[in-house]
Design a binder for this molecule. Sequence first.
Ligand code: GUN
Length: 298
Amino acid sequence: MPATIIDGKSIALKINQETAAIAAKLAERAGRKVGLAVVLVGDDPASAVYVRNKVKACADTGIESRMIAMSASSTTEEVLQVIRELNADENIDGILVQSPPPPQVDESAVILAIDPDKDVDCFAERNVGRLLIGEKPGFHPCTPWGVMELLRYSGIDPKGKHAVVIGRSNIVGKPMAALLMQKAAGANATVTVVHSGTPDIRRYTLDADILVAAIGKPEFVKGDMIKDGAVVIDVGINRIFDEALGKNRLVGDVKYAEAVEKASFITPVPGGVGPMTIAGLLRNACIALQLKLEREGK
Ligand code: GUN
């Protein structure tokens, strides 16, 4: 039987409705809206689309966004200067620098410069550390949090399951493994992380009850790498040229047509994990203002 499709778009919509209610309450308490700055350096078309989607989602949720577009020739120092100004801005609760920036910009330096209290991507050392420890409250890493929410909304409990994460990026793979292995309700999985240095990835994926593909390679996971009845979560967003269509098309890291015949649940691309990443970001922006108000005793 083909897999049940996990509809990330409609789950994200529900979460964003809750977020809008949270944002409205916070705005009342703070006397201003939650403020999110989105910095886009350069003119990568895919990044521009992602940033536009983030700005639109803010507007739909009652979050004030400030988009800062910087030229492709910007230096690290110029980006750092923008970050310093945003750090000091009382009306900005969250700062996001769209990744990847152009190669001349030192991304780690930029991430480290963001005030950890405004780090809505959950990339800063302090927040990554807290995540690993399982300390609350704090920011969620947006995409991995989105995946956990997809599982929860679909009634899939990772407890005692073997979760295999393909990919070890700081944005997805590492925090994904951390969330899945937490000793907490809705987690408690046994986690294996495989990556470009793993000699026989199939050996591990074939044993996965929950398979999270975040390797950034179009249709990398084939049907014969998936155990019957596995839950397949596809984090990949890749543009490929489709000869038959004569144009570009989005595909994930999973060969969907094959996987859908093996899996019990599967996320589509687009409309699976993608909308959840933005939902995670909007929620983090609210958490940033909530924590600020608590720090200020308001
Ligand atoms: N590029 C792709 N995904 C992300 C994300 O979650 N945050 C940022 N800042 N850049 C990205």
